[in-house]
Ligand binder design. Structure first.
Ligand code: ATP
Length: 367
């Protein structure tokens, strides 16, 4: 078992900056947890506290039921893979991978076996005699992962390991890390600001902003049931659309602006009880908006909504329409056969089963 439990963790840097505020979450044994958030939100600081590279200002971290606040990094049975790989330039790849094991005075045979085994898993056996500068970025990245694997740690920590790779290699390594997770049965905490990486790899995503955890959930939950406007807008590309709409109670509930008049489906009515006459922030994802001529028959189609098309972006398998509705910009991902033309009026349809609504003040989801 290698559960990692963070209990009310805080980090206040010596200059007084409060970088992590009351963080509570658990990385379960064999779980792949991604810490996700924009630059500066405190995710690397959190990872470094788990590794023991940063002091914890308040709260406790437990690994395997043991409080590790005061345990040295080397004694935490954790391996960290850094963004810049941190390879020793003068050593061969073999020695880079063997280094940590030599320090721990493992028998030579065992070191050899572990290095070769990791090299085989990562398909870098043919590179063991080279030095880091003779490798490509992707190969260096594999070596950095290999150096962690040979240690057979309880927990792997990854700090933006793919951010120095080009887009294509990143997609490839993403899949490889996921396979590796399954193959090694590893417990992983992984930091990234890339929501696609988080969505594709994580069992559980911890979304942070300004030092606070915003939501914890599996990829499906954080995408389909975002708890606040920040999470709703941060997860998904193109991002969720937001419209300020007024709630009107009249034989059910309606959401209005000049061009929009949406009847709230019965199943959501109860959430609007306290909002009659008030504005809410309405949310809908681009894929839940249809060209009126190509509405998905399984959707709960709204009445037609007038928009003014600004830009049409054909992507082949789908077309993005950037439109304006009552002065607010919206992106719709529609059927590529759309006949929408820039600068003309065009009618769209929303899937009412996929709507979101947020309180304007608290920015929290109504449902
Ligand atoms: P990035 O993706 O840019 O690495 P991050 O979410 O990982 O961002 P952290 O590196 O954890 O963010 O930093 C969180 C905040 O703490 C930032 O505002 C950063 O400027 C601040 N910070 C980091 N290290 C220190 C330090 N040693 N002293 C003071 N403030 C710091």
């Amino acid at each position: 078992m290698a559960d990692v439990i963070l209990d009310n963790i805080n980090k206040i840097y010596p200059n007084g900056f409060h970088a992590v505020k009351d963080a509570n979450f658990t990385i379960l044994d064999k779980e792949f947890v991604v810490l996700l958030g924009p630059s500066g939100c405190g995710k690397t600081t959190t990872l470094r506290m788990i590794a023991g590279l940063e002091d914890i200002s308040r709260g406790t971290i437990k690994i395997d039921d043991k409080v590790v606040n005061d345990v040295e990094p080397k004694d935490r049975d954790i391996a960290m893979v850094f963004q810049n790989y941190a390879l020793y330039p003068h050593m061969t790849i073999y020695d880079n991978m063997a280094f940590g094991l030599k320090l721990r005075k493992l028998p030579k045979d065992e070191i050899d076996q572990r290095v070769k085994n990791a090299a085989k898993i990562l398909d870098i056996e043919h590179l063991l005699d080279r030095r880091p500068k003779q490798l490509s970025g992707g190969q260096r990245q594999r070596v950095a992962v290999g150096r962690a694997i040979v240690r057979d740690p309880k927990v792997f920590l990854f700090d933006e390991p793919l951010s120095n790779l080009d887009a294509k290699l990143r997609v490839q390594m993403r899949a490889e890390l996921k396979k590796l997770h399954l193959r090694l049965n590893a417990t992983i905490a992984y930091v990234t600001h890339d929501q696609v990486e988080a969505m594709t790899m994580a069992d559980k995503i911890v979304i942070m902003k300004d030092g606070y955890i915003q939501q914890i959930g599996n990829p499906h939950d954080v995408y389909h049931r975002p708890e606040n406007i920040f999470v709703a807008g941060f997860i998904g590309t193109p991002a969720m659309n937001f419209l300020n709409l007024k709630v009107k109670k009249d034989n059910g509930f309606f959401l209005n602006s000049d061009s929009v008049n949406i009847k709230v489906p019965e199943k959501f009515e109860k959430y609007f009880e306290n909002y009659d006459g008030k504005e809410i922030v309405f949310g809908i994802r681009p894929e839940d908006i249809y060209d009126k001529n190509f509405v998905d028959p399984t959707s709960n189609a709204s009445s037609e909504i007038k928009s003014k098309v600004e830009v049409v972006e054909p992507l082949g398998s789908e077309t993005l329409l950037h439109v304006n509705i009552d002065g607010q910009s919206i992106t719709a991902k529609v059927n590529p056969k759309t006949e929408a033309v820039a600068e003309q009026e065009f009618d769209l349809v929303f899937d009412l089963n996929a709507i979101h609504a947020f309180d304007k003040e608290t920015e929290k989801a109504l449902f």
